[in-house]
Design a protein around this ligand. Structure first.
Ligand SMILES: NC(=O)c1ccc[n+]([C@@H]2O[C@H](COP(=O)([O-])OP(=O)(O)OC[C@H]3O[C@@H](n4cnc5c(N)ncnc54)[C@H](OP(=O)(O)O)[C@@H]3O)[C@@H](O)[C@H]2O)c1
Length: 355
């Protein structure tokens, strides 16, 4: 086992957070990416080695990957970065992990399951809040009643932290992709565009909006529950903005429009103080055809930065310790429903249930 690993996209906002946290825990990632100046500066600040590896140079990538046990990818949007890295990982028998939340990326990496098994490597996308938190809650809930047929997941952020800048940019990139849900085993475009549901995430019933979330692929893979929906608790005014952006989504097919939206709309990264004042609640419910149901929730830190960086760190420690499974894995299939509780700031509570 190699003692080091490549942290790709290390100079980005999340990459830097994960690199700093790794160093605090005595780890020595090698910082990788395409941005030589930014990587060099970070390498100096953290006293870590740096490798410049543009994705359009596969032979250089493969040469470097031959000397590492795994790569942890923080370079998003992952619809651009995941496949070149996974292709090189398969050729060099290197484990691959990332923090994507992009449904299309989960879908495409799932197609490499057999290739990953044959090459004895793990492909584990979604090693951040999205999708580790909902995926672990989904697996936990799926074991609480017989033959669950419906899974509903929702989350809410309470506090001042904004989303990481790359998450905002990735969300703009994904607008043109449109909605997807898992319905009776099929991944499809929902007939109804904006579905609302009133959910009590702990502070009284609130209107939640159905969103497209990676669980339609990952929680289905982890639990085989045939119908899966995700909701986001948002104040009504923000729900109206989301609706507006969806109506304008055909415009986002055009790259110049996406570039302009990124320039005009992306807010600066959240401060550490704001992240520390922010909490996240994840709520889930399973039901079956017999009318049984079970609900539970997770409460944890701010999702996009603090919780994501911690999940990434826990996964990195596991892979460094040799704890891997071949093939396409979700956080929960790799490390179980209780993985999410390894962060002591996270609490899981059983709510009301019929059994
Ligand atoms: N799973 C979760 O819960 C979760 C949480 C937070 C963030 N995320 C995701 O993580 C990603 C990163 O977020 P962030 O805020 O760190 O973004 P960021 O600050 O914009 O950083 C992005 C990084 O990716 C690199 N990159 C982008 N495209 C690349 C390409 N084609 N080839 C090589 N490198 C490339 C950038 O390099 P340059 O410096 O050269 O541009 C930069 O290092 C986003 O997609 C976001 O949605 C997921």
């Amino acid at each position: 086992m190699h003692s080091s690993f490549l942290l790709y996209g290390a100079n980005g906002y999340l990459g830097t957070q994960i690199a700093r946290l790794a160093v605090q825990h005595g780890l020595k990632p090698e910082l990788a990416g395409r941005n030589k100046a930014a990587l060099t500066e970070l390498g100096k600040a953290l006293n870590l080695n740096v490798t410049v590896l543009p994705l359009d140079d596969p032979s250089r990538l493969e040469q470097r990957l031959k000397k590492t046990a795994f790569i942890f990818n923080c370079a998003g949007p992952f619809q651009t970065t995941a496949l070149p890295l996974v292709t090189a990982c398969l050729k060099t028998q290197t484990h691959y992990l990332d923090i994507t939340g992009e449904l299309s990326v989960f879908e495409s990496l799932l197609r490499y399951d057999t290739a990953a098994i044959n090459n004895k490597i793990m492909l584990l996308p979604g090693a951040g809040f999205d999708v580790a938190a909902t995926d672990c809650l989904a697996l936990y809930l799926s074991t609480q009643i017989e033959q669950p047929s419906h899974l509903t997941l929702a989350f809410e952020s309470q506090g001042p932290a904004t989303l990481p800048p790359g998450t905002q940019r990735t969300a703009i990139e994904l607008l043109a992709y449109g909605d997807r849900i898992r319905y009776q085993g099929q991944l499809l475009k929902p007939q109804r565009r904006f579905k609302q549901k009133t959910i009590d995430l702990g502070s009284g019933p609130k209107p939640c909006l159905r969103i497209t979330w990676g669980d339609a692929v990952t929680a289905f893979h982890s639990t085989q529950i045939p119908t899966i929906e995700n909701y986001l608790s948002l104040p009504l005014r923000q729900q109206q903005l989301v609706r507006l952006s969806h109506y304008a989504s055909p415009l986002f097919q055009f790259a110049p429009i996406r570039q302009l939206a990124k320039k005009l709309l992306v807010m600066p990264p959240p401060t550490l103080e704001d992240c520390q004042k922010t909490q996240t609640t994840v709520w889930g419910e399973v039901k079956n055809q017999q009318g049984e149901y079970f609900r539970a929730q997770l409460k944890g830190p701010e999702a996009g930065s603090l919780w994501t960086a911690d999940i990434a760190l826990q996964m990195i420690k596991k892979v460094l310790a040799g704890d891997t499974k071949s093939g396409f894995q979700t956080p929960a299939t790799a490390y179980g429903a209780d993985f999410i509780l390894e962060n002591h700031a996270v609490q899981r509570t059983d709510l009301n249930h019929s059994v």
